[in-house]
Design a protein around this ligand. Structure first.
Ligand SMILES: [Mg+2]
Length: 224
Protein backbone atom coordinates (compact mmCIF):
# COMPACT_ATOMS: atom_id res chain seq x y z
CA UNK A 1 0.00 0.00 0.00
CA UNK A 2 1.14 3.52 -0.78
CA UNK A 3 -0.52 6.69 0.43
CA UNK A 4 0.15 10.09 -1.13
CA UNK A 5 -0.85 12.96 1.12
CA UNK A 6 -1.35 16.65 0.52
CA UNK A 7 0.15 19.15 2.97
CA UNK A 8 -1.81 22.44 3.26
CA UNK A 9 -5.19 22.08 4.98
CA UNK A 10 -4.69 18.31 5.13
CA UNK A 11 -1.70 17.81 7.44
CA UNK A 12 -1.11 21.47 8.23
CA UNK A 13 -3.65 23.95 9.59
CA UNK A 14 -3.02 26.62 6.98
CA UNK A 15 -5.99 28.74 8.07
CA UNK A 16 -4.61 28.95 11.60
CA UNK A 17 -1.13 29.63 10.25
CA UNK A 18 -2.49 32.48 8.17
CA UNK A 19 -4.34 33.92 11.17
CA UNK A 20 -1.15 33.93 13.26
CA UNK A 21 0.84 35.44 10.42
CA UNK A 22 -1.76 38.17 10.10
CA UNK A 23 -1.60 38.95 13.82
CA UNK A 24 2.14 39.15 13.63
CA UNK A 25 2.00 41.70 10.81
CA UNK A 26 -0.80 43.69 12.45
CA UNK A 27 1.65 44.48 15.23
CA UNK A 28 3.70 46.34 12.63
CA UNK A 29 0.74 48.49 11.57
CA UNK A 30 -0.18 46.42 8.55
CA UNK A 31 -3.93 46.71 7.99
CA UNK A 32 -6.34 43.89 7.13
CA UNK A 33 -6.64 45.29 3.57
CA UNK A 34 -2.88 45.50 3.12
CA UNK A 35 -2.48 41.96 4.41
CA UNK A 36 -5.14 40.53 2.07
CA UNK A 37 -3.75 42.48 -0.89
CA UNK A 38 -0.34 40.89 -0.45
CA UNK A 39 -1.28 37.37 0.70
CA UNK A 40 -2.01 34.59 -1.79
CA UNK A 41 -4.24 31.86 -0.47
CA UNK A 42 -3.59 29.70 -3.46
CA UNK A 43 -1.52 30.15 -6.62
CA UNK A 44 -3.01 32.82 -8.81
CA UNK A 45 -2.67 33.37 -12.50
CA UNK A 46 -1.26 36.72 -13.51
CA UNK A 47 -0.07 37.53 -17.03
CA UNK A 48 -0.20 33.82 -17.84
CA UNK A 49 2.22 33.11 -15.00
CA UNK A 50 1.28 31.30 -11.84
CA UNK A 51 2.12 33.27 -8.71
CA UNK A 52 2.88 31.49 -5.45
CA UNK A 53 2.88 32.79 -1.94
CA UNK A 54 5.96 33.13 0.20
CA UNK A 55 6.38 35.41 3.22
CA UNK A 56 9.53 37.11 1.94
CA UNK A 57 7.63 38.28 -1.15
CA UNK A 58 4.78 39.46 1.00
CA UNK A 59 7.09 41.63 3.11
CA UNK A 60 8.63 43.05 -0.07
CA UNK A 61 5.20 43.90 -1.42
CA UNK A 62 4.22 45.48 1.88
CA UNK A 63 7.39 47.56 1.89
CA UNK A 64 6.49 48.86 -1.56
CA UNK A 65 2.94 49.56 -0.45
CA UNK A 66 3.97 51.32 2.76
CA UNK A 67 7.02 52.94 1.18
CA UNK A 68 9.16 52.01 4.17
CA UNK A 69 11.43 49.25 5.41
CA UNK A 70 9.82 46.46 7.40
CA UNK A 71 13.03 44.91 8.63
CA UNK A 72 11.67 44.28 12.14
CA UNK A 73 8.62 42.52 10.77
CA UNK A 74 10.88 40.41 8.54
CA UNK A 75 12.93 39.35 11.55
CA UNK A 76 9.81 38.51 13.55
CA UNK A 77 8.47 36.52 10.61
CA UNK A 78 11.70 34.53 10.34
CA UNK A 79 11.58 33.76 14.04
CA UNK A 80 7.96 32.66 13.77
CA UNK A 81 8.80 30.42 10.80
CA UNK A 82 11.35 28.43 12.83
CA UNK A 83 8.89 26.26 14.72
CA UNK A 84 5.50 25.56 13.20
CA UNK A 85 4.64 22.35 15.02
CA UNK A 86 1.57 24.00 16.60
CA UNK A 87 -0.09 23.95 13.16
CA UNK A 88 0.04 20.19 12.54
CA UNK A 89 -3.41 18.64 13.00
CA UNK A 90 -3.15 16.23 15.94
CA UNK A 91 -4.93 13.41 14.12
CA UNK A 92 -2.04 13.32 11.66
CA UNK A 93 0.26 11.81 14.33
CA UNK A 94 -2.22 9.01 14.92
CA UNK A 95 -2.34 8.35 11.17
CA UNK A 96 1.44 8.38 10.80
CA UNK A 97 1.70 5.68 13.47
CA UNK A 98 -0.84 3.43 11.78
CA UNK A 99 1.23 3.10 8.62
CA UNK A 100 4.86 2.43 7.96
CA UNK A 101 7.25 5.12 6.87
CA UNK A 102 7.68 3.31 3.55
CA UNK A 103 3.99 3.73 2.75
CA UNK A 104 3.70 7.48 3.16
CA UNK A 105 4.52 10.16 0.59
CA UNK A 106 3.91 13.89 0.86
CA UNK A 107 2.96 15.85 -2.25
CA UNK A 108 2.65 19.55 -1.81
CA UNK A 109 1.66 22.30 -4.22
CA UNK A 110 3.25 25.74 -4.08
CA UNK A 111 6.42 27.78 -3.84
CA UNK A 112 9.11 25.18 -3.22
CA UNK A 113 11.29 27.16 -0.79
CA UNK A 114 8.40 28.23 1.35
CA UNK A 115 6.75 24.79 1.34
CA UNK A 116 10.04 23.16 2.29
CA UNK A 117 10.45 25.61 5.14
CA UNK A 118 6.96 24.88 6.46
CA UNK A 119 7.35 21.11 6.16
CA UNK A 120 10.66 21.11 8.00
CA UNK A 121 9.63 23.65 10.64
CA UNK A 122 6.46 21.76 11.54
CA UNK A 123 8.41 18.54 12.08
CA UNK A 124 6.55 16.10 9.81
CA UNK A 125 9.37 15.39 7.38
CA UNK A 126 10.44 12.24 9.24
CA UNK A 127 7.10 10.51 8.70
CA UNK A 128 7.45 10.34 4.92
CA UNK A 129 9.51 8.14 2.67
CA UNK A 130 9.63 10.92 0.13
CA UNK A 131 8.51 14.52 -0.11
CA UNK A 132 7.58 16.23 -3.36
CA UNK A 133 6.87 19.89 -3.88
CA UNK A 134 5.53 20.92 -7.24
CA UNK A 135 4.36 23.99 -9.07
CA UNK A 136 2.86 21.78 -11.73
CA UNK A 137 1.15 18.41 -11.68
CA UNK A 138 0.78 16.25 -8.58
CA UNK A 139 -0.74 13.59 -10.83
CA UNK A 140 2.41 13.25 -12.93
CA UNK A 141 4.64 12.98 -9.86
CA UNK A 142 2.43 10.23 -8.43
CA UNK A 143 2.29 8.39 -11.75
CA UNK A 144 6.07 8.37 -11.96
CA UNK A 145 6.35 6.99 -8.41
CA UNK A 146 3.76 4.30 -9.03
CA UNK A 147 5.83 3.21 -12.01
CA UNK A 148 8.71 2.54 -9.64
CA UNK A 149 6.77 0.29 -7.25
CA UNK A 150 7.64 -3.37 -7.48
CA UNK A 151 4.08 -4.60 -7.26
CA UNK A 152 1.76 -3.13 -9.86
CA UNK A 153 -1.18 -4.53 -7.92
CA UNK A 154 -0.39 -2.47 -4.89
CA UNK A 155 -3.20 -0.19 -3.74
CA UNK A 156 -2.46 3.50 -4.04
CA UNK A 157 -4.35 6.22 -2.18
CA UNK A 158 -4.33 9.98 -2.54
CA UNK A 159 -5.60 12.31 0.18
CA UNK A 160 -6.22 16.00 -0.58
CA UNK A 161 -8.70 18.67 0.51
CA UNK A 162 -9.02 20.18 -2.96
CA UNK A 163 -11.39 18.73 -5.54
CA UNK A 164 -9.41 20.20 -8.45
CA UNK A 165 -6.30 18.37 -7.22
CA UNK A 166 -8.21 15.09 -6.85
CA UNK A 167 -9.49 15.44 -10.40
CA UNK A 168 -6.02 16.22 -11.75
CA UNK A 169 -4.47 13.23 -9.95
CA UNK A 170 -7.23 10.89 -11.16
CA UNK A 171 -6.66 12.01 -14.76
CA UNK A 172 -3.04 10.87 -14.58
CA UNK A 173 -3.77 7.81 -12.43
CA UNK A 174 -7.11 6.22 -13.32
CA UNK A 175 -6.81 3.44 -10.72
CA UNK A 176 -5.86 5.57 -7.75
CA UNK A 177 -8.24 5.62 -4.77
CA UNK A 178 -9.13 9.19 -3.87
CA UNK A 179 -9.99 10.46 -0.42
CA UNK A 180 -11.02 14.02 0.07
CA UNK A 181 -10.04 15.58 3.37
CA UNK A 182 -13.00 17.70 4.27
CA UNK A 183 -12.06 19.29 7.55
CA UNK A 184 -14.63 21.61 9.07
CA UNK A 185 -11.89 24.24 9.52
CA UNK A 186 -10.47 23.88 6.00
CA UNK A 187 -10.28 26.98 3.88
CA UNK A 188 -11.72 25.28 0.85
CA UNK A 189 -14.45 23.13 2.37
CA UNK A 190 -17.15 25.26 0.74
CA UNK A 191 -15.85 24.98 -2.79
CA UNK A 192 -18.42 23.78 -5.31
CA UNK A 193 -18.07 20.15 -6.17
CA UNK A 194 -18.34 18.79 -9.66
CA UNK A 195 -21.57 16.81 -9.84
CA UNK A 196 -20.11 14.36 -12.32
CA UNK A 197 -17.17 13.67 -10.10
CA UNK A 198 -19.05 13.41 -6.85
CA UNK A 199 -19.29 9.63 -6.61
CA UNK A 200 -15.69 8.94 -7.40
CA UNK A 201 -14.03 9.71 -4.13
CA UNK A 202 -14.37 9.03 -0.43
CA UNK A 203 -14.58 11.73 2.18
CA UNK A 204 -13.09 12.02 5.66
CA UNK A 205 -13.30 14.89 8.11
CA UNK A 206 -9.97 14.07 9.75
CA UNK A 207 -7.20 11.45 9.66
CA UNK A 208 -9.13 9.14 12.01
CA UNK A 209 -11.82 8.84 9.36
CA UNK A 210 -9.32 8.63 6.52
CA UNK A 211 -7.58 5.75 8.30
CA UNK A 212 -10.91 3.91 8.68
CA UNK A 213 -11.65 4.32 4.99
CA UNK A 214 -8.24 2.93 4.02
CA UNK A 215 -8.56 0.01 6.46
CA UNK A 216 -11.96 -0.88 5.06
CA UNK A 217 -10.87 -0.73 1.43
CA UNK A 218 -7.64 -2.63 1.95
CA UNK A 219 -9.22 -5.47 3.99
CA UNK A 220 -12.04 -5.68 1.46
CA UNK A 221 -9.60 -6.18 -1.37
CA UNK A 222 -7.63 -8.77 0.63
CA UNK A 223 -10.77 -10.82 1.25
CA UNK A 224 -12.05 -10.51 -2.27
MG1 LIG B 1 -4.43 21.22 0.44
Amino acid sequence: MKIFIDFDDTVFDTAQFKAKLKNLLFKFNITQEEFEATYLDYPQRENKKLKFYNPENQIKKLEKLKKKSLEKARKKMNLFMRNLSQFVFNDFYFFAQEFSFAELFLVSFGDSEFQKRKIIACGVKKYFKRIFITKNSKGKIIRKQIGKFSSKKEQVFFVDDRIDQLIEVRKENPKIILIRMKRPEGRFSNLKESVLFKKNFFEGRNFFEVEKIIEKISSRSQNG
